[in-house]
Write a protein that binds this ligand. Structure first.
Ligand code: UD1
Ligand code: MG
Length: 487
């Protein structure tokens, strides 16, 4: 993509994010509502950053500290400048809050709305380009417009007889005739920065909402003989604003479907029921993986090739290898699963759990911050927390790592080829050696040496399994019958 900031004058971005968003009927500032799991404002910031501008100014006010924290998850502090708008008196008033930073700048200012999250960087780059080259010398202001079948709620672009820009009229101020206009103001504009601030000082609030409208600036400039351009865009989804929860839900659906379609077409993923599957834009899924209905794959999750993910499973910020089978209703967060593992149904992996190759976690098993070694199994009803489990070990039904003593979380270390029998309680901190066995119902409070059987409550050593093997070879040698077959 062209980098418009490399051209003259420099490009800055200003994002409006101070409003409450009354129509959301929420205690949360509108720009903090989430789309694809991320606050609306973060989508806009990421797109702005892709243009590599000089500075990104963010006008904050309502729940400003929270908005600032969200923005700083996305933007570098050195690149961002927060501008406080203490009272929210309209979009013009909001931009004017940045006047002391910007009024004397020879720059192009791209104004974005924190509640228009799907705009693409390519579209913005084309807008900036047209703004700078309009009729050879550039425009004072370029407005991004789009035609909508249902323009309700948006400011309408009113053109004169020659088809040129005349003014923007807000829904609440529009006459019945003006309301029929389908071309709307996206709330995204490019300005010559000096001209913008000089006009802003003259904006009045004599309108239906008694607000200082940014939308009055283009017509003020036009009356002063400045050139106002319109950049008309065809993809209406991109410029949709979020003003209420219906629009938020519709945008979520549009975005989900866009992601899923891309995964089917470009990556060869099968979705049994695409309309009822939720995949984050940040996730990746490999070829020939099959996703059943009601699966959610959230955040920066990575799923490998040839996996099967059955209905009702949620995977968040996790990495799943190739040929993994995840049965119904599992929850996997912040965890890693290697190739050819099997999980579920009803399993829970969280807190950096890690399953190594060909391991298996079954019905009603929870793994928290636990490594399950290669080929090991925990098939039924177990809690394994803060544990490191070796290879080819079997964890019986009902096993619990008693990791919490009321103050600290303590570790459990289990070796290779261990057999933990049903209903064993492993009271951590504790170590179970390679080849050890616990009896059913054992409450193990001391470390168990390798190849040792412990039983009882509290568990005591019953025998050394190596010695038992030795005895076996002596006393239980199979007899050779006269017909030469084993008895
Ligand atoms: C605005 C435009 C409208 C356009 C629409 C596109 C105005 C007057 N109207 O209307 O023409 O069609 O966007 O989505 O600009 N904000 C502040 N401080 C304020 C008021 C608003 O920072 O005092 C911020 C809001 O947080 C929001 C953005 O500005 O992110 C837009 O405000 P909003 O109230 O949603 O304006 P719209 O009614 O959607
Ligand atoms: Mg809006």
């Amino acid at each position: 993509m062209d980098n418009p900031s490399n051209e003259q004058p420099k490009l800055d971005v200003l994002i409006l994010a101070a409003g409450l968003g009354t129509r959301m009927r929420s205690n949360l500032a509108k720009v903090l509502h989430r789309l694809d799991g991320r606050p609306l404002i973060n989508h806009v910031c990421r797109t702005a950053q892709a243009l590599a501008p000089g500075k990104i100014y963010i006008v904050i006010g309502h729940q400003g500290e929270d908005v600032k924290a969200a923005v700083l998850e996305e933007l570098d502090e050195r690149q961002s400048e927060f501008v406080w708008q203490k009272e929210q008196l309209g979009t013009g008033h909001a931009v004017n809050a940045a006047s002391h930073f910007l009024e004397n700048e020879d720059s192009t200012l791209l104004v974005l709305s924190g509640d228009v999250p799907m705009i693409r960087a390519e579209t913005l780059a084309a807008l900036v380009q047209q703004h700078r080259t309009h009729r050879g010398k550039g425009a004072a202001c370029t407005i991004l417009s789009v035609k909508l079948e249902d323009p309700t709620g948006y400011g309408r672009i009113i053109r004169d007889e020659a088809g040129l820009f005349d003014r923007i009229v807000e829904q609440k101020d529009a006459s019945d005739e003006e309301k029929l206009t389908k071309e709307i103001n996206s709330g995204i504009y490019c300005f010559d920065t000096r001209k913008l601030f000089s006009a802003l000082s003259r904006v009045k609030n004599n309108n239906a909402q008694n607000e200082y409208y940014l939308t009055d600036v283009p017509s003020l400039l036009r009356h002063e003989g400045e050139t106002i351009a319109i950049y008309h865009h065809n993809d209406s989804h991109e410029i949709e604003g979020i003003n209420n929860r219906v629009q938020l839900a519709e945008m979520e659906r549009t975005m989900r479907y866009r992601v899923i379609k891309k995964m089917m077409v470009d990556y060869g993923v099968t979705f049994i029921d695409p309309k009822n599957t939720y995949i984050s834009e940040q996730a990746s899924i490999g070829r020939d993986t099959v996703i059943y209905p009601n699966v959610s794959i959230e955040g920066e999750s990575e799923i490998g090739d040839g996996c099967t993910i059955r209905a009702g499973t949620r995977i968040t910020n996790s990495k799943i290898g190739h040929s993994v089978e995840i049965l119904d209703n599992c929850v996997i967060t912040d965890s890693e699963v290697s190739n050819q593992c099997t999980i579920g149904p009803f399993a829970h992996l969280r807190g950096k759990a890690k399953m190594e190759e060909k391991s298996k976690v079954g019905n009603f098993v929870e793994l928290k911050k636990t490594i399950l070694g290669r080929g090991s199994k925990a098939n039924h009803l177990a809690y394994l927390g803060d544990a490191t489990i070796g290879e080819k070990t079997n964890i019986g039904a009902g096993t619990i790592t008693c990791n919490y003593d009321g103050v600290n979380k303590n570790p459990t270390i289990i070796g290779n080829n261990v057999k933990i029998s049903s209903n064993t309680m492993l009271v951590a901190p504790i170590k179970i050696g390679d080849g050890a066995v616990t009896g059913a119902g054992a409450v193990v409070i001391n470390d168990v040496p390798p190849d040792t059987l412990v039983v009882g409550v509290p568990a005591k050593i019953k025998k050394n399994l190596n010695a038992a093997d030795a005895e076996k070879t002596e006393s239980e040698k199979p007899e050779i019958q006269t017909n030469g077959r084993l008895s």
